[in-house]
Design a protein around this ligand. Structure first.
Ligand code: BGC
Length: 266
């Protein structure tokens, strides 16, 4: 498939690899999401092989494949591996995925990708000032925007909270491991968000990740002075934003200008 404005995009997570075809005009997936379990150990070779399998399903033939990845990523190179195999560190993910699949790749941190999607099509649209998106999944990812411009690779899930990194107590994985119901979990999440608010004073905090579909079960636990809302694109934000990052040239003109300036130097 290779129609204008369509991008094949992946979201690699600790538990699953998801892919879909993103329409950059609509800012949405136009196919069902294709999902495979993340292999363990989640090495470059094992993940690359899964991605190659999925690309075949989509019959992609038009340029860079997009990919959100759970690591600090600069110029395609991974600099952390909290929830994937440590052998990714210092690996150029774009080069490795191209070697394994035969397709060129654009790789970005998964939370930064989700943030880009929310700022382009979702609840961050046209927001100025400091906007923070947090993804709550196996880990906690963060994407920070100042006047619409991305500050890439913030890792607010890894700041110390209650004597450990925050994602170990308030990610959705931690909620399940600790057998907390949504309200109990959100009470602690609220504390973490207040702590983050103290550090950054964001104008807006957008919560994404798989758990964003359950917003109604926990949003009542948040303090009234927390400027927190749910991700409009729910858990699809990562796939959609990675596609925007990979192919800003395919965006409609008004969005193109905004996104290219938001990403300059990032
Ligand atoms: C990783 C981040 C990632 C987040 C969500 C964290 O453990 O360090 O890079 O964005 O998980 O996947």
């Amino acid at each position: 498939m290779g129609r204008k404005n369509l991008v094949l995009s992946f979201d690699v997570g600790a538990t699953g690899i998801k892919a879909g075809m993103v329409d950059l005009v609509k800012g949405e997936l136009i196919t069902d999401k294709y999902k495979l379990a993340t292999p363990h150990p989640a090495t470059p070779k094992a993940i690359g092989n899964k991605i190659r399998e999925i690309i075949k399903v989509f019959k992609w033939d038009s340029g860079k494949v997009a990919c959100g990845f759970p690591s600090v990523v600069r110029d395609g190179v991974c600099y952390s591996a909290a929830n994937i195999d440590s052998s990714w560190v210092h690996i150029n993910a774009e080069e490795v995925l191209e070697e394994i699949t035969g397709y060129p790749f654009s790789v970005i941190n998964d939370a930064d990708a989700a943030g880009i999607a929310e700022m382009t099509y979702g609840n961050g649209l046209d927001e100025t000032g400091t906007v923070l998106l947090l993804t709550l999944g196996t880990g906690i990812g963060s994407a920070l925007f100042i006047d619409g411009k991305l500050v890439p690779n913030t890792e607010l899930g890894h700041i110390e909270f209650r004597g450990d990194i925050a994602e170990n107590s308030v990610s959705n994985r931690a909620r399940k491991d600790r057998m907390l119901d949504y309200a109990e979990w959100a009470e602690e999440l609220n504390e973490y968000l207040l702590y983050v608010k103290k550090i950054l004073s964001p104008k807006l905090i957008i919560l994404g990740g798989g758990v964003s579909k359950r917003w109604n079960l926990y949003s009542h636990m948040f303090s009234p002075d927390l400027p927190v809302i749910n991700a409009k694109l729910y858990n699809d934000a990562g796939i959609i934003g990675a596609a925007v990052y990979a192919h800003p040239e395919l965006l409609p003109d008004d969005l193109k200008i905004k996104v290219i300036s938001a990403l300059t130097d990032s």
